[in-house]
Every structure is written in structure tokens, then in C-alpha cells.
Write a protein that binds this ligand. Structure first.
Ligand code: PMP
Ligand code: GLN
Length: 382
């Protein structure tokens, strides 16, 4: 049998590659982004209770109504924006699916999507499988900031979407108010849609405010904003998230969603609808993860790697320029095999494999995991 590949140049995602290598070599896995500590026992119990209470059949196609109502309340408090739970929120099986569905909803063959690299690894395949053309713009190294003049220069009559991601994976950089001003001026009086990946909305540090698209009514009118419960509640394996958009955009999104997923896991939505009323669970998240980042940062001063500071996400990047001449992918493999620590090479987030000699480390781990991981690195002198 032969079929023509829709993604002829795509291999296995780097997260799977590095996680499997970590298992094979019994290395500490700071590669793939997932916490190695337990999620909330209360939330776990609420899921068990929902199942026992009989919430085991299909949920509403757009997401459990109570959960959507409570999400709208959360958004109103956090971002001072009123969104309608009936017309503007859809619960999805994860943030990645929300992003994919938004792209499927909007893109016609040949449409251009501006995407910043390093880019989360699903973005470009998701654009291409939907017939779009990724117009790649490199974030300015090492701050990983957006070169807005280049964005202006690359907007054409075919530009359909600009994708943004803050806090950013893999760099941990965050958008500022000035970035939002620049974005507004570029999209004003155009038909450009914004696709904003905000799965790390609560994982932001150093007293910085998350510049959500949801703060800006004028931008929300043209945006799909994607979130992940997995990131907020330390349950990445649940694969549950949601998308918020203007009613007219959301109506189209739902046409795609209803024939693809239809509805998401019911007991988990019932549990989340209850647990989301506990504001501390997400409001204290930044402080908890910042402690982990700082603990990890401090450990890393004992190694020869050079910090590229992050202000958000699960990740911090380190440069090994001057330490080794290996390509970052080769170094990541070498460290997994010989120093017992798995990381992610940042070149994997560039379509052309741009290699700035940077590795990404996930610090959302228990202290002893971080201790053990860095212990292995201390002996690496290049
Ligand atoms: N976007 C970014 C930037 C991510 O790092 C991730 C990884 N979890 C996702 C989206 C996907 O989230 P989910 O696991 O809910 O699909
Ligand atoms: N978001 C996580 C990361 O960036 C992992 C997601 C995945 O494995 N697909 O590492």
C-alpha cells in the first residue's frame, strides 16, 4: 500500500526521542516538559467522586457548562474581560488540539502564517498539514524577543494568522506591553487572525504580569487563545485544555471540533469545575515554580553552562558555546548516554535546524531530581 505523505519531512517529535533515550540509558529526564511531582490529591479525589457519582457519559459538545461558566468568571477576575461561556469557550482535549483546530478552522490552501522560531514543535506541521505556508521569523537571540520590524516587512496580502506564545516554549521569554502595542499596530485594519498559545499563563516569574490577549478586547475580536489544564494542574497526561475566541470565530471552530473530538472527558471536567474555585491553586503556581527555577539555576552555577535567563514556562535554556563543538542534538545525546541527564536541543524548534548551541532544561521537578541531574553535568568540561 502506498499513500502520499502529507508531512514528508517530519520524523518523530524530539520529546519522544529524548524521553525514550532517557529511559534506555536510565538518565534523569529534564527533556520533555512534565512535572515529576504529584498533582493535587483533592483534584484526584474529585475525579474519583465524579466517576462514582455517575458522571461517565458524554459531556456537552462545547464543554461542561459549569466549567465554562467558571472559566469565564476566572477570566473576568484575572484579565478584566467579560467573555460569554456559551459562545466563546470550548473545552478541548489539550492545548495542542486547540491550536490545531484553530488552524484548521481558518486556513485555506496557500494562506501564510507568521510563526516565530524557536517554535513549539507542533506549530509548523499543524500549519502545513492544513495547507498553510509557515513564514518563519527567528526570535532575536539570546533574549528571544520578537523583531517587530521584520514582522512588518513579512506581512503580505496572504498573511492569515500570526502565532504568538507567551510565556514561550522553549526559551521562557515573555511578551511585554510594548510587544502587544506593536502587535496591535500591525494587525489594525487587516484581516489577520491571532493565534495565542498561553498554556503557561500562570507560570510567569520575577513579578512580571502575563500579557494575555484576553486583556485586550480589540485583539480578542480577532483571536483564538489556547490554554492547557495539564500545565496549570500538573496533570499533562490528562490532555485537557480549552480555547477562547470571539463568538464568530468560535462558531466556526466548533464546526470543526464537533466532528473531530465531539466532547471531552466528563469526570475530569466535573472535577475541574469544582476545583477551579480554589484560586490559590493557580495564583500560587508562579511562586512555586519560580522557587524550582531558582533552585535549579543555583545548582547550574556549579557547571560550565551559561544561563539564558527565563521569566516563564517550565524551561530554562543554557548555552554551551565555547565548551563543546558538538551540534546541540549530538550533545543532548552524549549527555544522556554519558552524564545521565536528558535535555532538549533547541535546534529541534527551528525548521532549518538553526543551532545556537543551546539546550533546554525542564525544571518542573522535585529537588532530588534536579540535584541528581545537575550532579551528572558538573563533571562535563566539554
Ligand atoms: N503549547 C506549548 C507551548 C506547550 O509547551 C505545550 C506542551 N504541553 C502545549 C501547547 C500543549 O499542551 P497540551 O499538553 O495541553 O496539549
Ligand atoms: N510541552 C512539552 C514540552 O515542550 C511536551 C509535550 C509533548 O511531549 N508533546 O516538552
Amino acid at each position: 500500500m502506498h499513500i502520499q505523505s502529507k508531512l514528508p519531512n517530519v520524523g518523530t517529535t524530539i520529546f519522544t526521542v529524548m524521553s525514550q533515550l532517557a529511559i534506555q540509558h536510565k538518565a534523569v529526564n529534564l527533556g520533555q516538559g512534565f512535572p515529576d511531582f504529584m498533582m493535587s490529591e483533592t483534584l484526584t479525589e474529585l475525579v474519583a467522586k465524579a466517576m462514582r457519582d455517575g458522571f461517565n457519559q458524554y459531556a456537552h459538545v462545547n464543554g461542561l457548562p459549569l466549567l465554562r461558566e467558571r472559566l469565564a468568571e476566572k477570566v473576568a477576575k484575572l484579565y478584566q474581560t467579560n467573555i460569554h461561556p456559551d459562545t466563546q469557550i470550548t473545552v478541548t482535549p489539550g492545548g495542542t488540539y486547540a491550536i490545531y483546530t484553530a488552524l484548521t478552522t481558518v486556513l485555506q490552501p496557500g494562506d501564510e502564517v507568521i510563526v516565530f522560531e524557536p517554535a513549539y514543535d507542533s506549530y509548523i506541521p499543524n500549519i502545513e498539514v492544513n495547507g498553510g505556508v509557515a513564514v518563519r521569523i527567528a526570535l532575536q537571540y539570546p533574549a528571544y524577543s520578537i523583531p517587530w520590524d521584520e514582522v512588518r516587512a513579512k506581512v503580505t496580502s496572504k498573511t492569515r494568522i500570526i502565532m504568538i506564545n507567551s510565556p514561550h516554549n522553549p526559551s521562557g521569554s515573555v511578551l511585554s506591553e510594548q510587544d502587544i502595542v506593536a502587535l496591535k499596530s500591525i494587525v489594525a485594519n487587516t484581516n489577520i487572525v491571532i493565534l495565542s498559545d498561553e498554556v503557561y499563563e500562570h507560570l510567569i516569574y520575577d513579578g512580571i504580569r502575563h500579557e494575555s490577549i484576553l486583556r485586550h478586547k480589540d485583539l480578542l475580536e480577532r483571536s483564538f487563545v489556547c490554554f492547557s489544564f495539564g500545565k496549570t494542574y500538573h496533570c499533562t497526561g490528562w490532555k485537557l485544555g480549552y480555547c477562547i475566541a470571539a463568538p464568530s470565530l468560535m462558531a466556526e471552530f466548533r464546526k470543526v471540533h464537533q466532528y473531530n473530538c465531539f466532547s471531552c472527558d466528563t469526570p475530569k471536567q466535573v472535577a475541574l469545575a469544582e476545583y477551579i474555585t480554589n484560586k490559590e491553586a493557580y495564583l500560587l503556581l508562579g511562586a512555586t515554580l519560580q522557587q524550582k527555577r531558582d533552585y535549579f539555576r543555583n545548582l547550574m552555577t556549579n557547571t560550565a553552562f551559561k544561563l539564558i535567563p527565563s521569566h516563564g514556562s517550565y524551561f530554562e535554556c543554557y548555552s554551551y558555546k565555547g565548551l563543546s563543538n558538538l551540534a546541540d542534538k549530538d550533545l543532548a545525546i552524549y549527555l544522556t548516554k554519558h552524564h545521565g541527564i536528558a535535555t532538549v536541543p533547541v535546534s529541534a524548534f527551528y525548521k532549518d535546524g538553526t543551532d545556537n548551541q543551546v539546550l533546554r532544561f525542564c525544571f518542573a521537578k522535585q529537588k532530588n531530581t534536579l540535584d541528581k541531574a545537575v550532579e551528572g553535568l558538573i563533571g562535563f568540561k566539554g
